[in-house]
Write a protein that binds this ligand. Structure first.
Ligand code: FMN
Length: 168
């Protein structure tokens, strides 16, 4: 897909069909995340791919929306604070790195014709348990991955003039 079209094609999918995601597509999506840039190339993240079948109750404790466990797969991007690059003023870039990894995977999923939705508003403790995170890993971002059953709403975005300033 042409890049500008890809950017326009992605939207937050909040209704999914149960059809499976092929292993080949999943592999390409995970590879896009692996190739994402991270600060100082520290790669302070882990990706957990969870099959939703039979986990409706558990996923409901993570994020209580009927559409959340509808997709066959949910992906969790976890951060590893100990591995993250920290600027000299103390600012860790773990969250920035995790967001880039997730964005690469979400755009790759769009390129595969698959739907996703960024989710940050989840229960941390339930996410640690359900995604079987290990010591030193922090759940940061989730997305379902599957075939969309809804349609995008009209896009609401501010105009460039209120978002961008140029210093010449
Ligand atoms: C970091 C981040 C966290 C988000 N968390 C949630 C969430 O917890 N639940 C949800 O339904 N949407 C969530 N969203 C989706 C946004 O609401 C959505 O991207 C925004 O409204 C623009 O709509 P669009 O994705 O369809 O273009 C999140 C998006 C981002 C980037």
């Amino acid at each position: 897909m042409e890049f500008q079209e890809l950017i326009r094609r992605r939207y937050s999918v909040r209704e999914y069909r149960p059809d499976p995601v092929s292993e080949e597509a999943l592999g390409r999506i995970l590879e896009a995340g692996r190739l994402a840039p991270t600060a100082a190339n520290r790669q302070p993240f882990r990706v957990v791919v969870l099959e939703t079948k039979g986990r409706g109750e558990a996923l409901g404790r993570v994020y209580h929306r009927a559409w959340f466990p509808q997709a066959p797969v949910v992906i969790c991007v976890a951060g590893v604070p100990e591995e993250a690059w920290v600027r000299k003023d103390g600012r860790s870039h773990m969250d920035v790195d995790a967001a880039i990894v997730m964005d690469h995977m979400i755009l790759a999923a769009t390129d595969e014709g698959l739907g996703t939705c960024w989710i940050a508003n989840f229960d941390m403790d339930a996410a640690r348990e359900v995604f079987e995170l290990r010591a030193g890993e922090v759940p940061l971002l989730l997305t379902p991955l599957g075939h969309a059953a809804d349609r995008p709403a009209p896009r609401q975005r501010r105009g460039l003039e209120s978002l961008v300033r140029r210093v010449r």
